[in-house]
Write a protein that binds this ligand. Structure first.
Ligand SMILES: [Zn+2]
Length: 57
């Protein structure tokens, strides 16, 4: 596949990152977050998930 991703605009100052698991941003977005915070952008995190109840037989 030769398709290239279009560059993401960086003409913003604040972003809210929404993830489902505590490690999602570390594995999926750490490099981007480091780049953006180095540019002086404010990044907030919020984790949204549901409870999961395991029922033992
Ligand atoms: Zn995850």
């Amino acid at each position: 596949m030769d398709a290239e991703l279009a560059p993401l605009a960086e003409d913003w100052d604040t972003a809210l990152v929404v993830v489902a698991h505590p490690d999602d941003m570390e594995f999926g977005g750490a490099a981007a977050i480091a780049r953006w915070t180095a540019q002086g952008k404010r990044i907030g995190y919020v984790m949204v998930t549901s409870t999961w109840e395991r029922k033992l037989a």
